[in-house]
Design a protein around this ligand. Structure first.
Ligand code: ADP
Length: 469
């Protein structure tokens, strides 16, 4: 089934709920009014019956049937009700609408039975005499506490129903108006809920097309507002990733182009005759070889980075409990030649039995990169210290030099790919601009982080923190 629009899900539900409530209220109000009206009518009839009783000259038995009949007719007309007078044995003594002699014994009528028992009797039922539904109320007639008969008044239900019908029509009209207003309000409310979501949908569609220039409106509803904020954050994140990716491609192309252009230039010079000058030719070939090494270094670093990223994603890097001292000793060993060439002493300060879950080759490469940088940026005869501090949950490897140091402004971007403080100097020292980026990735693959502190002219301290377990 094709999903429906949110508006068409909300609106009918709202409408249904309002209509059901409205019908329920309508039904209840009609019922209450009917009951109220019926009770009122009964009280009214009772008062009329009481009045009829007052008009009777007592004792009943001694009056002529004609005079009783006349009284009934007169009172019946005056009250627009039917008036009946019944003796204790059930015989009808007089009736405003009928000949009492033609009427059956009324002893079985419930309201008469009640009245003859000394109470007010009421009943609503079909009258076979008048052939319609009637409402009856009867009261006892007493002389000196003795019941001598009953007076009964009655009205046809049609009159009662007619007055009610007018009220029902009014209720129905009011309900219709309320229903229309409710329908309009429901539509507005449904729109208010669905519109921000539709706007967000449109915004996210633009995000999906790579257009991050807009921001989703953050609306007053808490959940939808939070959703919009989250999506804006996500878009911001995507935009950043997109910029990083673009910069990276531009940087890589630029980095590769420099050596390639140099190689091309020297090859052309050789072709154009420099080959004939063996001394120049050999110098040019040396330069070409250096540029090829450089290309090789960049490509190697890029591959390492891409493998690290893949490894972090797929969690394919294997970790083992390693003795940290062994890993660091190997790293110092690798840098030994470069260090001795500059007369720099690399000192290692690490507990021998310290263990840490890590990938030894990767960790070694990270530390090699740091020591290599430290040596590159230190004066001859200086010193570099590698220190390991162990805390409860993590270990911290610091590489400390007394070299040129780094200006504060560069520190936040230092671990970015291809970021260099001094481009020319870095190239001259054979750097690719990727070394620290690799260090950072290796720390991250281990679930750790990197940091740097530096004072220009005094030296720098780079640190890798990784969790122990
Ligand atoms: P590179 O291949 O250029 O060394 P890195 O990513 O290893 O690239 O380092 C980035 C930049 O950080 C370097 O170009 C250098 O300017 C600066 N840098 C790194 N380590 C040090 C250090 N120990 N002392 C001073 N500057 C450093």
């Amino acid at each position: 089934m094709r999903p429906r629009r949110l508006l068409w899900q909300l609106y009918p539900s709202y409408l249904l709920i309002t209509l059901i409530s409205l019908l329920a209220v309508m039904w209840y109000v009609s019922w209450s009014i009917r009951e109220f009206y019926r009770a009122n009518t009964a009280v009214d009839l009772e008062a009329r019956a009481g009045f009829v009783r007052e008009q009777l000259a007592l004792p009943l038995g001694e009056q002529s049937p004609e005079s009783i009949g006349r009284l009934c007719k007169r009172l019946g007309q005056a009250f627009s009700t039917r008036v009946t007078i019944v003796l204790p044995d059930g015989r009808v003594l007089g009736d405003s609408d009928h000949d009492p002699l033609a009427m059956k014994n009324h002893i079985d009528r419930p309201e008469i039975q009640e009245a003859l028992a000394g109470r007010v009797g009421a009943s609503t039922r079909y009258s076979y005499t008048l052939k319609k539904y009637m409402m009856y109320v009867a009261v006892p007639v007493t002389i000196q506490n003795k019941i001598v008969g009953a007076t009964r008044v009655s009205i046809p239900m049609t009159a009662f129903e007619q007055s009610l019908r007018a009220i029902y029509v009014q209720i129905a009209v009011a309900a219709l108006i309320v229903a229309l207003v409710a329908a309009a309000v429901s539509l507005v409310v449904s729109r208010r809920i669905s519109r921000p979501l539709e706007e967000m949908k449109r915004g996210v569609e633009r995000f999906a097309k790579g257009d991050f220039s807009i921001k989703l409106p953050v609306l007053d509803s808490q959940e939808i507002g939070a959703l919009a904020e989250e999506m804006n954050t996500m878009a911001e994140h995507l935009r950043r990733l997109e910029t990083i990716r673009r910069d990276f491609v531009a940087n890589v192309s630029h980095e590769l182009r420099t050596p390639v252009t140099a190689i091309k230039g020297f090859v052309e010079t050789l072709r154009e005759g420099a080959l004939k000058d063996p001394e120049a030719a050999s110098r040019f070939l040396d330069i070409i070889a250096r540029q090829v090494d450089r290309l090789n270094a960049i490509i190697g670093d890029l591959l390492t980075l891409s493998r690290l990223e893949e490894g972090a994603d797929a969690a394919v890097v294997r970790f083992e409990e390693n003795r940290i001292r062994d890993v660091l000793e190997a790293a110092v060993q690798v840098c030994d030649m470069k260090a001795s060439a500059k007369g720099i002493a690399v000192k290692l300060d690490c507990e021998p039995d310290l263990l840490c879950k890590s990938n030894a080759p990767l960790l070694e490469q990270a530390v090699v990169n740091l020591i290599d940088n430290a040596i590159k940026h230190s004066e001859e005869g200086s010193s570099v210290r590698v220190v390991v501090a162990s805390a409860e949950k993590e270990i911290r490897i610091t590489v400390e030099d007394h070299g040129c140091g780094i200006e504060q402004e560069h520190l936040p971007r230092l671990f970015e790919r291809f970021y260099r403080v001094d481009k020319a100097r870095s190239r001259k020292l054979g750097g690719t601009g990727l070394g620290l980026s690799i260090v950072k990735h290796i720390a991250q693959v281990h679930g750790g982080s990197v940091s740097v502190a530096s004072t220009p002219g005094k030296g720098s301290t780079f640190a890798i923190s990784i969790p122990k377990g």
